[in-house]
Design a protein around this ligand. Sequence first.
Ligand code: ACO
Ligand code: ZN
Length: 219
Amino acid sequence: KQTDNQLIIDAGQKQFGATTCGSCGMLYSTDSPEDNFQHTQFHQRFLDTIKFVGWKKERVVAEFWDGKIILVLPDDPKYATKKAEDVRRIADTELGFQQITLSSPSSAKTYLFINSDRMVVGCLVAENVRQQEKPKDMNKEDFMEHHRAWCCSTVPEKAICGVSRIWVFSLMRRKSIATRLLDTARTTFMYGSHLTKEEIAFSDPTPEGKLFATKYCET
Ligand code: ACO
Ligand code: ZN
């Protein structure tokens, strides 16, 4: 999938000693002592955070040849909620969120994708969407803009499940991990019911998040 453009960028980065660490995914300049220092600081902490040692009780909600998805609920044991929170913090840092307050922490469900190397390489946080009526005189675009949400649906007020975070480890992207997290959330978010794509809303999506959501919703 490498384009000519990408090759030019890579060539440019090599000139300045830019490297992507093959373990933690950080892009830094090997020529810069400051960058090297920051990388050393980041590297181990990151790998420790995404390391998954296995739990006595795991709520496995999906299994694949290259990993599994476990669901963490707010009332789960501390070791589980702490891991979910730590991974969420990594995602938030990458997303540039400063102060992270979940809109309804007591209902937040965290889905973690664990790969066969026992690393948490994906995370999805889903929350109940408070049913909000679209005012009659407001069009869909304005309503969505107002709520900073991106819905699969053309009827945004129908959403039930809000995806407030979706993140995949940079070195593991484009392997359908986000797709599988979302598919799994749709079947397990509401007990006994399979949510349609129209019932999902992405809150405050990034450009990458929009590209993903657009693709996901049309397929
Ligand atoms: N550019 C263009 N299309 C994309 C991109 C992208 N960066 N990412 C996904 N897509 C589209 C593609 O069509 C892709 O299918 P393909 O690979 O066969 O072409 C399809 O979406 C499915 O992609 P997945 O492999 O399932 O997505 P991935 O596991 O790579 O995760 C994600 C996507 C979560 C957006 C990831 O890039 C990421 O973590 N980015 C940084 C964090 C972020 O921006 N998250 C979204 C925030 S919005 C929110 O949280 C509500
Ligand atoms: Zn590294």
